[in-house]
Structures are given as C-alpha cells and as structure tokens.
Design a protein. Structure first.
Length: 305
C-alpha cells in the first residue's frame, strides 16, 4: 500500500523516480479504508530533504499512511521557501485538537544550546506533553531524543570534546523486542552531534529501557512506556550523501573539521560513501509502524489517550 501525502508535495515526484509508490490525497480519497495517521514535526533546516528521507522509509510498509506536517508557531524557518511551509505545514495550534496514530519529531541544529535557551522551547514543552495523550507512539530523533528525555524524565545531555560524526556499529541489548525483528547482531547508524547521553543516567531511571548502544557512539536507542516512546540519538533516516554534504559545508567554514568515520571508501572523501545502514533503517521504521503503531492504536482514533 502507498503513503497518502498532500498533493504536489515535492517528495512525491522525487520518490516516484525511485519506484516508491506514493499517492496524493485526491487519489487516496477513492480508497475506503482507515489509514494510519502520522504527523511529522520537522525541525531540520532543509525541510524538503528531511521530508523525502522520512517518507522513503515510511513507504516500506503494506499499510496506508496519511502523513501530516507540523510546524512551530514560535519559529520561522530560514532555509525552506515560505510558500512550501504555507502549502504543506500546519501550526501545532491548528493540529493540537487532533489525534494521531504515530508521530516523528526530528533533530534540530540547536543541540549546543541549553534547552531553556532554545527560542521555541516553551512550544516544544507543550508538544511533548500533548503527544503523551494524543499519539499512540512517538519517535524522537537526535536533538528531539535528548530534549524529550530531558523534558519527560530529567535526563541531562553532556557536551562532547569533538563532534560524533560518521557511521558507527550498534548492538541491540534485547534483540527479542519487536522493534529489532529481522535485525542482524550488529547494525550501523549515522551520527552527527556535539552532545551525548550517559548510559548510567538511563539505567538509573526505572521508566526507561536502554535498548541499543555502541562502544564508539554510546547510547543510541531508549524505549519508554512499552514502546509508546522511542528516543534515537542518531539518524537512520539519512540519505547516502547527507553526511558528505555536512562535511563539505563545515569544511568551507572551519579548518578543524574531521572526516566522518566509517563513511567514505578507504576514508577518502573523493570516493563515494559506503551505505551500510539502509537495510536496518527500513526494518526499524517498518517494525515501528507495524508493532508499535498499527497493532497498538485503537480503530477509533479518538480513543487514543
């Protein structure tokens, strides 16, 4: 089954070239089924790129998904055309009366700020609280994972001496969890961050379960409330050249930028990247949709609580 997306969303045409089946709202209205309703709060600067990355992964499911995009009223993006935001995004204030089967909250380029110094922190606090009663399962990514753990559970973040940048091997601490169904013993995950979580803080909190980590990149996945919340510190959604774009952008600004680790063939940036995370990225998103959204959400969406 396809994803149901707003008509004319740029990702539709981009993904059709990859033979990914998506449809616009007008075509989807002809199908008499109850699609799963997902909302994406996209905080990344290049919103069209992030939309496409996430939709690519969400498409790998036999279920029909209806995707909505949320934006913050307290923040105006600088790197996405205002016409795109007006056409495809709705303020939290417009969506807060609705309920959703699943939600994704992306990372944001504010991780080196204290949470309370982020200009839209108060609105984020409202959204975190709202998701608890209006969404069946929420996926928090990178900065959102750290921010969500801080808001809900008081887990602090810690600055890194140098950026965690590259592709790092991870292992599941409880491979029997449905989120890891079909996973190999080791799976790769892209990371691009300046701060980290400490495993002892997670393990000391009885409501949290550390479910995946890395000897190199540390805490990578935390689960809470039986799978109603997942916190992922990396970027499984990244496209093959996303880290390359970040590396070349930063290298043009500073001289101390290191190569992303385990990324370029032979550690040579003149070579293409080695894509080692795509299969597990598809599995994780499919497992999340199937086991933690579809099989847990009520048929009457208004009964989510």
């Amino acid at each position: 089954m396809p994803l149901r997306l707003p008509d004319k969303l740029p990702a539709i045409e981009l993904l059709k070239h990859e033979n990914i089946f998506v449809m616009g709202d007008s075509q989807a209205h002809t199908q008499d089924i109850r699609p799963l309703r997902l909302v994406i709060l996209n905080l990344m600067p290049l919103k069209i790129t992030t939309e496409t990355d996430l939709i690519r992964l969400l498409s790998n499911t036999p279920l029909q998904l209806e995707i909505s995009f949320m934006k913050l009223q307290s923040h105006t993006p600088k790197n996405t055309p205002i016409e795109h935001m007006m056409m495809f995004y709705r303020d939290f204030s417009e969506l807060r009366r609705q309920k959703f089967d699943g939600m994704i909250i992306t990372g944001a380029p504010v991780e080196q700020l204290d949470y309370e110094d982020v200009g839209y922190w108060e609105e984020m606090r409202e959204i975190f609280a709202w998701a608890r009663t209006h969404v069946t399962s929420t996926l928090y990514i990178c900065w959102a994972a750290q921010a969500g753990l801080y808001y809900h559970y008081g887990i602090p973040k810690y600055p890194l001496e140098k950026k965690m940048f590259g592709i790092f091997p991870q292992y599941a601490l409880d491979p029997r969890l449905p989120i890891f169904r079909g996973f190999d013993d080791i799976f790769q995950m892209p990371h691009s961050r300046h701060t980290e979580l400490h495993r002892e803080d997670i393990l000391a909190h009885p409501e949290l379960q550390l479910i995946a980590e890395s000897d190199d990149s540390g805490v990578s996945m935390v689960m809470a409330r039986g799978g109603r919340e997942f916190f992922i510190t990396g970027h499984l959604e990244y496209a093959p050249y996303t880290l390359d774009t970040e590396y070349r952008r930063d290298k043009d600004i500073r001289q101390d930028v290191e190569l992303p680790r385990n990324y370029y063939r032979d550690d040579n940036p003149q070579n293409p990247p080695m894509v080692t995370w795509r299969a597990h990225a598809n599995l994780l998103y499919s497992n999340w949709i199937n086991y933690y959204v579809y099989q847990e959400t009520p048929y009457d969406i208004n009964k989510i609580e």
